[in-house]
Design a protein around this ligand. Structure first.
Ligand SMILES: Cc1ncc(COP(=O)(O)O)c(C=O)c1O
Length: 401
């Protein structure tokens, strides 16, 4: 998308607004497919939590993606988007048996990550195939909030509890059709990831009726020039070799599954905001925009970096700015950034705004959540309307006082 296209979107739909470029998502999907082309059966289940707009789910499904979901609501959104139940995996953490039963009724693949529910579910529904989520206790994944495979993490069943898993499986007669791990969201070192994969292969050997092995996700994308990213091609080459060897030993062609979120959608997204005020202080120049951490929380939540470009004046002289929002507490998008000279009313474009941006947005400060637009085949398609005042009132009940 050109600057002109982005400006036209901001003009037509107002700001702030999220814009997602469909062809970037497709290119990312194809890159994954190519990296793992040496495996006979591969499945990429898009992690819906990253960006759950049903038009995006529909688009990714049209490329061939299944869906990875973490709540029954995400399962329902995927079904609503037209995804077949058998193409949906449900990987919740710490949910009730009731929610798992609902997922079972909806016919999706269930992934269980604790012994208590495994035993209860296996006792009630021994014939329903279940995947188990293993915690390999390998530290990978960037910021501590997104590093989930280590020993203190609440996710998965500890690899040391394998004998207990086996006892439950034997006692209930349940059918384990998959094993899964997710080490964290930013794989920097492929060898660490491969080490964790060996633990998963080792686990897999203990189950006779597997259909797939799910390696989770963690494909890191670059956030700024020169940033490290997961070398998907190298990972593809190394894991393909190892996976095919494993299948030969196991005596069956299994499906290799992944559940990428960020990799598929992060770079497709731009978040467009308008500058309300340019404010000089004794130490900096603030560009105050018509948004805040209510719409894009990643910088405040885990110090994430989003490149910011002034698309109204892209060739202007670079100056230093702190870009901040309008929320009534510290609400910083970027500190001391070099950005082309800003005038009030200019439109700024944040990069990497596809993943964990809109999906984490809230109504804090009673602001409306932004509109979302899909840029598809050279045209802008509105895929979510900006909220209006009635949305804020929708579920409120006025007390009889
Ligand atoms: C179980 C699981 N799978 C997949 C993902 C997607 O990760 P990413 O967006 O880094 O690809 C996550 C992210 O939190 C996750 O918890």
């Amino acid at each position: 998308m050109t600057h002109q296209d982005l400006l036209a979107v901001a003009q037509e739909f107002g700001s702030p607004v999220y814009v997602y470029n469909a062809s970037t998502m497709e290119a990312q999907y194809k890159r994954l497919q190519k990296a793992f082309k040496g495996v006979k059966q591969v499945k990429f289940n898009y992690a819906v939590k990253a960006l759950s707009n049903i038009s995006v789910l529909k688009l990714l499904n049209s490329f061939g993606c299944g869906m990875d979901t973490v709540s029954i609501q995400e399962v329902r959104l995927a079904l609503e988007a037209g995804v077949a139940a058998q193409d949906i995996i449900y990987t919740p953490n710490g949910v009730s048996l009731k929610e798992l039963e609902k997922a079972r009724e909806l016919g999706v693949q269930i992934n269980i990550d604790n012994l208590s529910i495994l035993e209860q579910f296996g006792t009630l529904y021994p014939k329903t195939p279940v995947c188990i989520r293993i915690n390999p206790h390998v530290m990978a994944g960037g910021n501590t909030n997104i590093s989930v495979g280590h020993i203190d993490s609440k996710f998965g069943i500890s690899i040391h509890q394998l004998p207990h898993i086996q006892r439950i499986v034997k006692n209930t007669g349940m059918h384990i059709n998959g094993v899964h791990m997710h080490t964290g969201s930013d794989i920097l070192d492929i060898d660490v990831f491969l080490y964790a994969s060996e633990i998963l292969f080792e686990t897999a050997k203990h189950f006779d009726n597997l259909e797939f092995i799910d390696f989770g996700s963690g494909f890191k994308v670059p956030y700024k020039q020169g940033d490290i990213e997961t070398n998907v091609e190298e990972m593809g080459e190394k894991l393909t070799k190892r996976f095919n060897e494993f299948c030969a030993d196991y005596g069956k062609e299994l499906t290799l599954a992944f559940e990428p979120g960020k990799f598929l959608v992060s770079e497709s997204g731009k978040f467009l905001v308008a500058v309300n005020v340019v404010k000089q202080t004794t130490s900096t120049v603030f560009a105050q925009v018509d948004s805040g951490f209510n719409h894009l929380i990643r910088p405040m939540l885990y110090n994430a970096q989003h490149e910011i470009e002034n698309i109204s004046n892209p060739h202007g002289r670079d100056r230093f700015y702190s870009v901040v929002g309008y929320i009534c507490e510290t609400d910083t998008f970027a500190n001391n950034r070099r950005i082309a000279e800003i005038t009030e009313g200019d439109i700024l474009a944040f990069s990497n705004a596809g993943a964990y941006c809109f999906s984490m947005a809230s109504n804090y400060n009673s602001r409306y959540r932004p509109a979302e637009v899909l840029w598809y085949k050279g045209k802008a398609h509105l895929i979510r309307k900006r909220e209006i005042f009635e949305d804020l009132l929708a579920n409120q009940v006025v007390a009889e006082l």
